[in-house]
Design a binder for this molecule. Structure first.
Ligand code: SF4
Length: 80
């Protein structure tokens, strides 16, 4: 657990719209973080809502969303 938090510490998820196929899986997994836009592509509406660095939102698991994305469109970026 501590290792997971360390891995994601200081990072937020990002979606590559060129890869996203709009399946909605990440939105189901982390509804506070991801949203489907008008173009049916996922985008990160609130990267700070990601639970991974803090563990404060049990319903969110961005690492799971990332691992399960069929298009490998989600990755971590450094939080600015
Ligand atoms: Fe797009 Fe991947 Fe999210 Fe599916 S899981 S909507 S392909 S970013």
């Amino acid at each position: 657990m501590a290792e997971e938090n360390q891995k994601a510490g200081g990072k937020i998820p990002t979606v590559d719209p060129n890869k996203c196929i709009g399946c909605g899986l990440c939105v189901s997994t982390c509804p506070d973080v991801f949203e489907l836009g008008d173009d049916s592509k996922s985008f990160v509406k609130d990267g700070s809502a990601c639970a991974m660095p803090t563990g404060r939102q049990a319903k969110c698991n961005c690492q799971e969303a990332m691992d399960n994305c069929p298009a490998h469109a989600i990755s971590w970026v450094e939080k600015k």
